[in-house]
Design a protein around this ligand. Structure first.
Ligand code: FES
Length: 110
């Protein structure tokens, strides 16, 4: 488990409707941070179907979801749960915070 926060981007680089990616400084996990109507959410950047990057997918701001470009699975950005096949397992959700003018996240799994 990582107690170290990973810098993702400056706050001004993540406006509503945008997403940014980073790799956790300690665990190397891929992270994607979404700005959904002004609230930030961090998920592991890995579809639970076949591990494709969720950050390549399309965001549906009204539903609060992201759709994997590979086979069309959708996930709730707010909690990571799978919304439709072919994914059934939730994506890991990570803590995110704003500090020192930047957006930070970390892989907090054991
Ligand atoms: S890898 Fe994402 S839906 Fe198949």
């Amino acid at each position: 488990m990582s107690d170290t926060w990973t810098f993702v981007c400056a706050t001004g680089e993540l406006l509503p409707g945008e997403k940014k990616t980073a790799f956790d400084d300690v665990t190397g996990a891929p992270i994607v941070v979404f700005n959904l109507d002004g609230t930030l959410y961090a998920l592991e950047d890995k579809c639970t179907h076949e591990d494709f990057e969720l950050s390549a997918g399309q965001v549906d701001a009204a539903e609060g979801s992201v759709e994997c470009v590979l086979h069309g699975a959708r996930f709730d950005i707010r909690d990571g749960r799978a919304l439709c096949a072919p994914a059934y397992e939730p994506v890991a959700r990570f803590p995110v915070r704003i500090a020192d003018g930047g957006v930070w996240a970390r892989d907090d799994r054991d």
